[in-house]
Design a protein around this ligand. Structure first.
Ligand SMILES: NC(=O)c1ccc[n+]([C@@H]2O[C@H](COP(=O)([O-])OP(=O)(O)OC[C@H]3O[C@@H](n4cnc5c(N)ncnc54)[C@H](O)[C@@H]3O)[C@@H](O)[C@H]2O)c1
Length: 267
C-alpha cells in the first residue's frame, strides 16, 4: 500500500478521544487524511486532536454523543466546514457493561443498544446524507464500523454487548447494500477487533474476575491469549492499519464485509 494512501481525505472518528478510536485517527492521519475527533470527552478529545495537529495535519474536535441525532448533524456540519469535506466515517464509539444473563439489568442493556446500535446507524445516516451526490460533501466515501470478535464467538458475560456488535455487523451489510444500490458512492465495511487492553478491554478483564469466570486478571487475559492462534492480544495499531486499508483506494471493490483483526481468535 502506498505511503499516503489517504492523502486529501477527510475523516470523522467517533470515540476518537482515546483507545482504539484515537489510534485509528492517528493511523488515518499518518496515511494523509485530515481528522475530526468526535467524542463525549471534550478534554481528552481536544488533547488527541492537538497531538495529531503537531504532525502538521488539519484536525478539529466535535462534541458528539452518538445517540443524539441533532448532535450528529452539528458534528458533520463542523467536519465539512473545518476539513473542507467529509469522505471517511469511523463509527467506533461504543460501550460494554459486563453481566451474566442471569444478572442483567434492563437499563444497562438499553444503554448498550442505544450507544452501540442507535449510535452506529445514526452515524451511517448522516454520512450517507453528507457524502452522497448532492450532499454537502457529495464525493462518496468509506464507512468503517467497529464491531468486535464478540460478534463472531460465544464469550460469557457479554451477551448484550455481543448482540449489539452482531447488530453492527448486520447493519454494515445493509448499509453497504443501500449505499451501493442507490449510487451513493459510499463503501461500508466493519472490523471485528480482538481483545485490546484499552480502558474498555481492561475493565472487561476485571469484570470477568468479578463474575467468577477467572481467578484473576492475568488468568482472564491468559485465557483469551490461549484461544488466539497468533498468541497475543490485539494492539490498537492493528486496528488502525486495517481501517486505513478499508478506507483506501486499494479496497475500492470491497464493501459489505467484516474483517477480523483478532489473531485468529474468531475463526
Ligand atoms: N478494547 C477491546 O478489547 C475491544 C474489542 C473489540 C471491539 N472493541 C470496540 O472498539 C470500540 C472502541 O473501544 P475502546 O476499547 O477504545 O473503548 P474505550 O472505552 O477505551 O473508548 C471508547 C471511546 O468512546 C467514547 N464514547 C462512549 N460513549 C460515547 C457516546 N455516546 N458518544 C460518543 N463517544 C462515546 C468514549 O468517551 C471513549 O473515548 C468500541 O466500539 C468497542 O466496543 C473494543
Amino acid at each position: 500500500m502506498s505511503e499516503k494512501s489517504l492523502a486529501g481525505r477527510k475523516a470523522l472518528v467517533t470515540g476518537g478521544a482515546r483507545g482504539i478510536g484515537a489510534a485509528i485517527a492517528q493511523a488515518l492521519a499518518r496515511a494523509g487524511a485530515s481528522i475530526m475527533i468526535a467524542d463525549i470527552l471534550e478534554e481528552a478529545g481536544n488533547a488527541t486532536a492537538t497531538t495529531i495537529a503537531k504532525e502538521g495535519i488539519t484536525t478539529g474536535f466535535a462534541q458528539l454523543d452518538v445517540t443524539d441525532d441533532a448532535q450528529w448533524e452539528r458534528a458533520v456540519a463542523k467536519t465539512v466546514g473545518t476539513l473542507g469535506g467529509y469522505d471517511i466515517l469511523i463509527n467506533n464509539a461504543g460501550i460494554e457493561i459486563t453481566s451474566l444473563i442471569s444478572e442483567v439489568k434492563a437499563e444497562d442493556a438499553r444503554r448498550m443498544c442505544d450507544v452501540n446500535i442507535v449510535g452506529t446507524v445514526l452515524g451511517m445516516k448522516h454520512a450517507f446524507r453528507a457524502m452522497r451526490p448532492g450532499g454537502p460533501a457529495g464525493k462518496g466515501g468509506a464507512v468503517v464500523n467497529i464491531a468486535s470478535v464478540a460478534a463472531t464467538i460465544a464469550f460469557p458475560a457479554i451477551a448484550v454487548y455481543s448482540g449489539t456488535k452482531s447488530a453492527v455487523d448486520r447493519m454494515t451489510r445493509i448499509g453497504a447494500m443501500e449505499a451501493g444500490k442507490l449510487g451513493f458512492g459510499v463503501r461500508v465495511n466493519c472490523i471485528y477487533p480482538g481483545l485490546i487492553p484499552t480502558d474498555m478491554g481492561m475493565q472487561l478483564a476485571n469484570d470477568i474476575v468479578k463474575v467468577g469466570l477467572a481467578a484473576d486478571v492475568n488468568a482472564a487475559v491468559g485465557s483469551v491469549v490461549e484461544q488466539t492462534p497468533l498468541g497475543r492480544l490485539a494492539e490498537v495499531t492493528d486496528i488502525g492499519n486495517a481501517a486505513v486499508f478499508l478506507c483506501s483506494e486499494e479496497a475500492r471493490f470491497i464493501t459489505g464485509v467484516g474483517l477480523p483483526v483478532d489473531g485468529g481468535m474468531g475463526m
